[in-house]
Design a protein around this ligand. Structure first.
Ligand SMILES: [Zn+2]
Length: 186
């Protein structure tokens, strides 16, 4: 009994260690990837992926194709480091995995062509640079300023420390924010 509790405590400490390493590396994509690859070799990860593989039962959880070498993928990285739940994972075949990355790109393009998003972007730019803002300013640069503006508001709303050097590909808070933007919630 005491031994079990000790094991539990040790595990908790290890998870805390991974979690804080990931948090600290947020905004530094290279460092984050390095930690992620280390994590994929850890005992915690081996333990995490096991029930997901059992759930998938050798098949792609999206299209049902039989997979000979199944791999567990993170749907999001909100709880990466050992606190993930079963819903944070999916087993995908190679072609479905490739498809999800493509889908994310399509979604970003769709959002960009969304009238409401464009109207807000244009409102932001007009307020900042005047009616013919597009004449003197690069649209892409202004859009980046707009996204930073939205993200600053988001950080304020949720009490997140705004990190001006964040990497949009790996920063947890930013990824969550951007997913909300893509889904029209922001
Ligand atoms: Zn599939």
């Amino acid at each position: 009994m005491v031994n079990d509790e000790l094991q539990e405590w040790k595990k908790k400490k290890i998870i805390q260690g991974w979690t804080s390493r990931f948090k600290q590396a947020a905004g530094n994509n290279k460092e984050w990837q390095k930690i992620f690859h280390e994590y994929l070799k850890s005992d915690i990860w081996k333990e995490k992926r096991k029930p997901v593989l059992i759930r998938a039962n050798g098949k792609c959880e999206k299209c049902g194709a039989i997979i000979f070498d199944p791999d567990v993928h993170h749907i999001n990285y909100d709880r990466v480091g050992g606190n993930e739940t079963m819903d944070d994972f999916i087993v995908l075949c190679f072609s479905c995995h490739r498809e999800t990355h493509k889908q994310r790109d399509i979604k970003t393009d769709e959002r960009r062509s969304d009238a409401y998003y464009q109207a807000r972007l244009s409102g932001f730019a007009t307020k900042k640079y005047g009616d013919i803002w597009w004449f003197e300013h690069d649209k892409q640069d202004v859009e980046i300023e707009f996204i930073i503006f939205l993200y600053r508001n988001y950080c304020q709303e949720y009490g997140i420390d705004f990190d001006p050097n964040l990497d949009p590909e790996s920063d947890f808070d930013f990824i969550e924010f951007w997913n909300q933007v893509l889904n029209g919630h922001n």
